[in-house]
Design a protein around this ligand. Structure first.
Ligand code: FAD
Ligand code: NAP
Ligand code: SF4
Length: 636
């Protein structure tokens, strides 16, 4: 069914999957519009039914930020986006502009303006208290949506999507949590629905009856005391009556305390929300959230309730996902693992989005892939993410590549990540590399530890991707401790009590892994007080919440680790010595670069390329390792 055409109003789509709206932040970079155009062109070229842009602000105070966010409130915006729509059309694609107002989520420091909301209630994830909109503000904002839509038509967009979910302005009017007005715009559901319906009516009037208008409504807010299911169904029915051509169902608000799109959310978890709305209306309904592969998308469509699937991040991970699915090359798809590390976390850090498993995303101008005109023999030591990506890229360019690893399996430390509860998506990354390396004819030598004299390294170029060694802190009695690697390699976890020295990402994962396998109690120790420091903003809170729920203790402020002995760790906290009972002490205290092989080769006068953890262990993660591989594979 994926490739059965479907209509949104008069617009015929070539497939039933649309690329959902993502703010990627390319706009604010040097040559920003060109970058954004190439980003969308690349994706339009590969069978996607409809692309929806990132939110384009309809008025300056409703922008997600400054220059680095799309906008449609100035007259010149109509011509500004024409090259982008032209590029998508040249590839046979279709693109909708998302009409956006961030409401109380706007950062006043970024917009330089007071933010708007139905009531002057601050969001828990934003430092600014918004202004309660006056009647004039409301009417002007409705007009701004309409004129944004009219400009979108002139810019060549094939449709508009009105952003009414995720806790942004329109959604704020619908919810009693954020709308506490007592005038005609607040109170009972009829009055709370007035703003979204007036916006839709004004947009419809601006674009005419024959132009596709999608409304992205919130299917479930996941906020205590917010819009009820009954009210949501009524909202859907009224949107249909007021001229929406399709409903795209959003899940949760940015401030919800329930994970909605992270790796820990089971695949397709929220599809029933969209299905229930589909039961209430006759226009097409679009399901989204944690649908990351074509098989699942097909399954959801086959159930016959919703007519379209929206995937967003999967198009960052693999722009060709649909073409590969169409050609039954599912195993070749680079699957989005829902880590958020390079997409959403980047956006929250004010950086342009890219993708952990596909560093080319958003870097279409910077990382082109060209065939080599000078074929070389290349050996790569280390088949972790850095080595695998370097091998894939070098082989794709035409080089003869040998990839060597002491372990019996590809993937380096990703073989630990994949075993953490809720991080099983890493299996997909390993599958992707296994299939690609095989297809490209990379000579993979597993179970092979090499030293500097190994004939396998007698090649034109040598890449060292040998990763890291765990840091063993200098603590008296450290010989009684084991490293996190040993725990993962052993495949048995201790009964407990288990004490972990370290409280970074690996310590948190190790604790959750051990807890699931029955270890209890577990206690993490750290000198600083903030646990899981290296984890991204969008996932760290959920990891810490899960650890608390599982009774894992986190003790920060350790002044010194005084001694480890069988059965106990001795530490000093608040100037007081303390003994902590421990059947096993595990170190997850950071990592050091594994430079042995590179040093030996360099001592023999060999020039080597050192990448990933072998080059720099500080701030190392899979994102950095894969990026290093992508860059080095192109440089040879
Ligand atoms: P490695 O993955 O360490 O691979 C190096 C490889 O080199 C190894 O397979 C080793 O066997 C091989 N090797 C070394 N010396 C030789 C030799 N002489 N001969 C042959 N082979 C050799 N990062 C994230 O971004 N997100 C996460 O969610 C995440 N979760 C993690 C969870 C856990 C539990 C752990 C331990 C790590 C996690 N990481 C995560 C970190 C990430 O896995 C590492 O940063 C990444 O794997 C480093 O990649 P690398 O290619 O540089 O090295
Ligand atoms: P990390 O996040 O840097 O944490 C290192 C820990 O070791 C800290 O708790 C630190 O705490 C402690 N430490 C450092 N030096 C020490 C010493 N000499 N003695 C005692 N304790 C010491 O590193 P990591 O946990 O090893 O993770 C490695 C990388 O993988 C990180 O970049 C991490 O973000 C990434 N990773 C990511 C994920 C993910 O889900 N995104 C999951 C796992 C790992 P104090 O110095 O305060 O004591
Ligand atoms: Fe998916 Fe992670 Fe890539 Fe984001 S960074 S698109 S979540 S794989």
């Amino acid at each position: 069914m994926l490739f059965e055409p479907v209509h949104i109003g008069p617009l015929k789509l070539r497939s039933r999957v649309m690329m959902g709206s993502m703010h990627v932040g390319l706009e604010g970079l040097d040559r920003g519009e060109e970058r954004l155009t190439e980003f969308y062109r690349r994706r339009a070229a590969a069978d996607v039914g409809l692309i929806v842009t990132g939110g384009a602000a309809v008025s300056p105070e409703g922008s997600g930020g400054g220059e680095e966010f799309m906008s449609i409130y100035e007259e010149e915006d109509a011509s500004r986006w024409q090259p982008l729509t032209r590029a998508v059309h040249e590839e046979g694609g279709a693109i909708a502009l998302q009409l956006f107002h961030s409401g109380r989520y706007a950062y006043q420091a970024m917009t330089g303006m007071t933010s708007f909301a139905p009531s002057a209630i601050k969001s828990p994830i934003n430092p600014d208290t918004p202004k309660e909109m006056t009647e004039d503000d409301i009417q002007n904002t409705i007009a701004a949506f309409a004129s944004g839509a009219e400009r979108a038509v002139r810019a060549g967009f094939d449709a508009v999507e009105i952003m009414g979910s995720e806790g942004y302005l329109i959604n704020e009017f619908v919810s009693p949590v954020t709308n506490q007005r007592t005038d005609a715009w607040g109170g009972d559901i009829e009055r709370r629905l007035r703003f979204p319906l007036d916006v839709l009516r004004a947009v419809r009037q601006a674009v005419g009856p024959d132009y596709p208008v999608i409304f992205r409504m919130s299917g479930i807010d996941l906020i205590e005391g917010s819009t009820t299911e009954e009210e949501t169904l009524r909202w859907a029915r009224e949107l249909e009556q007021h001229g929406a051509d399709a409903l795209n169902i959003g899940i949760g608000w940015h401030e919800s305390k329930v994970p909605t799109i992270s790796m820990k959310v089971p695949r397709m978890q929220f599809v029933p929300v969209a299905e229930s709305i589909a039961g209430a209306v006759d226009i097409p309904v679009i399901a989204s959230n944690r649908i990351n592969n074509a098989h699942d998308a097909e399954k959801v469509l086959q159930r016959g309730n919703v007519q379209l699937i929206s995937m967003a991040r999967p198009f960052l991970a693999d722009p060709d996902i649909l073409t590969k699915a169409k050609e039954a090359r599912h195993e070749e798809i680079n699957t989005c693992i829902a880590c958020n590390q390079a997409c959403l976390d980047h956006v929250f850090e004010g950086k342009a989005a890219t993708c952990l498993v596909n560093p080319e995303a958003g870097r279409e101008l910077d990382l082109p892939l060209e065939e080599t005109d000078h074929v070389k023999r290349i050996s790569i030591v280390g088949a972790g993410p850095a080595g695998m990506e370097a091998a894939r890229v070098a082989a794709l360019r035409g080089h003869h590549v040998t990839l060597i690893d002491a372990r019996e399996e590809l993937g380096g430390q990703l073989n630990y990540s994949k075993r953490i509860p809720g991080k099983e998506e890493f299996y997909e990354t390993l599958r992707y590399y296994r299939v690609q390396l095989d297809k490209l004819g990379v000579d993979v030598r597993l179970g092979t530890r090499v030293d500097a004299d190994d004939p396998l390294l007698h090649t034109d170029e040598v890449i060292i991707a040998a990763g890291i060694t765990p840091r063993q802190p200098e603590i008296p009695g450290i010989e009684h401790a084991v490293s996190y690697q040993e725990i993962f390699q052993r495949d048995t976890t201790p009964d407990g009590p288990m004490v972990v020295i370290g409280g970074g990402g690996i310590a948190c994962d190790l604790a959750l892994y051990s807890a699931e396998r029955g270890t209890s109690p577990i206690q993490l120790l750290q000198r600083s007080t903030s646990f899981g420091r290296g984890l991204g903003k969008t996932t760290r809170w959920a990891t810490l919440m899960e650890m608390k729920q599982k009774g894992i203790r986190m003790t920060g402020g350790i002044e010194s680790y005084d001694r480890i002995e069988p059965g106990a760790v001795h530490v000093t906290i608040d100037g007081q010595p303390r003994t902590i009972e421990a059947a096993v002490v595990v170190t997850a205290a950071g990592q050091l670069t594994n430079t042995t092989l590179a040093d030996e080769l360099q001592a023999r006068g060999r020039s080597v390329h050192v990448i990933g953890g072998a080059a720099d262990a500080l701030g190392l993660d899979a994102k950095k390792a894969i990026y290093d591989g992508a860059v080095t594979g192109r440089a040879l």
